[in-house]
Design a protein around this ligand. Sequence first.
Ligand SMILES: O=C(O)CCC(=O)C(=O)O
Length: 317
Amino acid sequence: MSEASAIRTITCMAGTSVGSGQLAVSQPSTDAQPLTQDDIDFYWANGYLFVENAVDAGQLAAMIADFDAWTEESRRHIEPYGDTLAGRARFDLAPEHAADAPRLRRVASPVEVSDAYLAVMRNNRALDAVTQLIGPNVEFNNSKINAKQPGASTEVKYHQDFMFQPHTNEDLVTCLFFLDDVTLENGPLNVVAGTHRDELWAHWHDGVYTGAVAAEVQAAHVSDAIPVYGPAGSACLMHTRLLHGSAPNRSDHPRTLFISEYRAEDSKPLQENHLPSVYQAEVVRGERTNRVRCSSYEMEFPEVPTGASFFSQQAKA
Ligand SMILES: O=C(O)CCC(=O)C(=O)O
């Protein structure tokens, strides 16, 4: 396995083990600055980085407890429910959802309804790494939970996060925190290394915004995709332009991710947030500078979703 195609494992606390099939190539540095220069170079070359122990055991347990409570509550619903700032449902249900087999697949902006998620959004070890990558001044953009229960059909078609909300520059990092152990079987995130330096592929097709690249773009890259898996409490850091997707959960174990998006404070949104919250644009590291920085690119503005989550947009693909 070459370095470019391997999963690079950053261990934030000394003494933790490395999952099978993964390459440990980094020694931990300090807690506040967990990345070595090699790690930083790997991120900019490949567009992603796997971080073990991104949250501590207490943070993980608190997030799981709240998600379990929401799953219980979902048994009483047959369609998406709950309110968000956007006026869309907060809790989204997969088509297979039933009271005796709950299939809660998305919670929009969990930071607004859970102290546990809010605390993790504001402070976690992956955020320390993000600050090394795009800091020193970092803002929160948005958050969600994506869950795949055993046997649920939920899959994520290949896309680039930047195509959901353009900004003046591309220094945005998506942090995907593993609430469950992620394995090759339970629908891991699949990333295509290096595509953050490739083109911005259209997510509109025949006048329809599908939130996904064209089928032929996905087909051309899917064989290069790298599954990112590892123990609960880990996180994958992903460049906003990186092409990625994930398959349905074919195992007996759930796969739940808390996804929190951060941006450099001088990267200003050019369109409304597709997952707005009262915490958007909160400075989580460093300070506000009142500066804007622009990079050069072209794209079509995305469609702001009208359904409970982007799964309804991707269903049009
Ligand atoms: O849930 C996943 O596996 C990927 C999530 C993702 O790419 C997204 O929600 O943008």
